[in-house]
Design a protein around this ligand. Structure first.
Ligand SMILES: Nc1nc2c(ncn2[C@@H]2O[C@H](COP(=O)(O)OP(=O)(O)OP(=O)(O)O)[C@@H](O)[C@H]2O)c(=O)[nH]1
Ligand SMILES: [Mg+2]
Length: 486
């Protein structure tokens, strides 16, 4: 029953009630004035509503990409760019070629390290210390380790110019990187099964948003550029390109060498699964006129430090208006995660990437932590965060292609996740099991009920990812409009 408020209870009643001795003429004037005041008030309300709707339309849609390092955040961002600013994306091929060249050099660094380790392990401890190279790694003697032939050692030596162009390539990406101070931007190599490999100073390239701002500025801001001429794009062959081309045949020979493959196998160094793997395309990517394809660019690896913002406009469909979007890409390493929080209260959606192929790997920054476990804990802390209670969180169970390859090669999920038990070690069963785990956490820990949106993804696959991102864009937009209507 509606609650009635008596005139006596209402402290404002004496201001709004008509005067006691009001004449008929005065009453008519008062009613006219009240009518006019009501009309003005309604017009103001209407205007406020219109301005709110306008503001809402003008307010951009914001999406934050989260997940541990190497989970695929920047690769997802590249897919957004490919969908929404394709020309600008392609205009940055010169920079991506440099990144790819660095990725190749890094792969060879790893091969050289593995060879040095094998050589040291296969050298009998009885050999005179004078005959051991000064920089030989300190590894236990292993007579079963394959021996490096003089031809292989010669090949390795012929490829040493690769290490000399590394600095030039890094400086091309970020001129402020100096050999001495550059290491602040560069972090140890990841995804390596042996934690101690980290100590060896092999560096993965990383770029701060400061450097990205200058090098990839057109791309991040979705601007277009007309010229596709090689000179304009900076794709004219330069010194590192000539060196890589000159080393191409030797690189292919070394990479295909059965002894080298055996050494890599023995050290469980699966370069194919490392980010930025281009060794199966050496002939193509070392050509003097090589221009990275879209696929090459999404596979190129550069670690993110700081936060990168990418802006684009999605044109309206039907009678809906065009909307501006902002996608934020952050660094995923533990040291970068404090920078995530300031973004939490203003996002329309979060895409969380969990690389489910990483069940047998450890974190680069803490080799005692399993990568999948880290993703699960991160997921739990995100879905339970009260600041994000109303935010749509979309889960990408990523790197499905690598998961499938690992399972096919005989690596058992149950060895790392004991609760998986004796279920089948195939993709369908393992992926469905992991999805259920993430869904359960979402259900148990969300502060209030909300939908669970999850996709199995391989974000290096441009075609399938674009379909998923179209769905995601539509879903985010719908949720955004629903919030407005409610
Ligand atoms: N095969 C395969 N590779 C992937 C997939 N997703 C990402 N990668 C590769 O993994 C590497 C790391 O991906 P990034 O997108 O750079 O990872 P990130 O989450 O941005 O990492 P940080 O910047 O360190 O936080 C890149 O070389 C990608 O090409 C995938 O689904 N399958
Ligand atoms: Mg990144």
């Amino acid at each position: 029953m509606p609650v009635r408020i008596s005139m006596l209870d209402d402290p404002f009643s004496e201001f709004v009630s008509p005067p006691a001795n009001e004449t008929a003429a005065q009453r008519e004037v008062r009613l006219r004035e009240e009518e006019e005041a009501k009309r003005v008030s309604e017009a103001i309300d209407e205007e406020i509503d219109r301005q709110r709707a306008e503001q809402r339309r003008e307010k951009c849609v914001k999406v934050l990409l989260l997940g541990q390092s190497e989970s695929g955040k920047s690769t997802t961002l590249k897919n957004f760019q490919l969908m929404n600013s394709r020309k600008a994306f392609r205009a940055e091929r010169a920079q991506w070629r440099t990144v790819i060249q660095l990725n190749i050099v890094r792969s060879f660094r790893l091969i050289f390290e593995a060879m040095a380790e094998a050589q040291a392990a296969s050298t009998s401890p009885n050999v005179s210390p004078r005959l051991r190279p000064a920089d030989a790694p300190d590894v236990p003697y292993n007579p079963d380790m394959p021996r490096l032939s003089p031809e292989l050692l010669l090949l390795k030596m012929k490829l040493s110019p690769l290490l000399q162009i590394e600095d030039v390539l890094r400086r091309k990406l970020d001129p402020e990187v100096s050999s001495v101070f550059g290491s602040a931007l560069l972090t140890s190599v990841t995804n390596i099964p042996f934690p101690d490999r980290q100590k060896k100073g092999m560096k993965e390239i990383a770029l701060s948003s400061r450097a990205l701002g200058t090098k990839f500025s057109r791309l991040w801001n979705g601007e277009d550029r007309r010229s596709s001429d090689m000179r304009d794009e900076g794709l004219e062959p330069d010194e590192p390109t000539h060196v890589l081309q000159a080393c191409s045949e030797d690189m292919i020979r070394l990479w295909k060498d059965p002894i080298v493959r055996e050494i890599l196998d023995r050290q469980k160094l699966r370069l194919e699964e490392l980010p930025g793997f281009f060794l199966d395309s050496l002939e193509r990517v070392t050509d003097l006129r090589y221009m990275p394809t879209d696929e090459d660019i999404v596979r190129a690896r550069i670690k993110t430090l700081g936060v990168t913002e990418y802006r684009f406009t999605v044109s309206g469909v039907g009678n809906t208006v065009a909307r501006d979007w902002r996608v934020y890409d952050v660094g995923g390493q533990r040291s970068c995660r404090a920078a995530w929080v300031p973004f939490f209260d203003d996002m329309d959606a979060i895409i969380f990437l969990a690389p489910i192929s990483c069940f047998d790997q450890v974190l680069e920054e803490d080799p005692t932590v399993n990568r999948l476990e880290d993703s699960v804990l991160l997921w739990k802390s995100l879905v339970s965060n009260p600041l994000l209670a109303k935010t749509n969180i979309i889960l990408f169970l990523n790197k499905c292609d690598i998961l499938e390859r690992k399972l096919t090669s005989g690596i058992k999920l149950a060895k790392y996740i004991v609760s998986y038990g004796d279920r089948p070690n195939d993709f369908e069963s393992t992926a469905a099991y992991l999805r259920r785990k993430f869904a359960q956490i979402h259900k148990d820990h969300s502060p209030q009920k909300r939908g669970f949106y999850a996709h199995f993804t391989s974000v290096v696959n441009i075609e399938s990812t674009s379909k998923i991102l179209v769905d995601v864009q539509e879903m985010v937009l719908r949720a955004n409009l629903r919030d407005f209507v409610l």
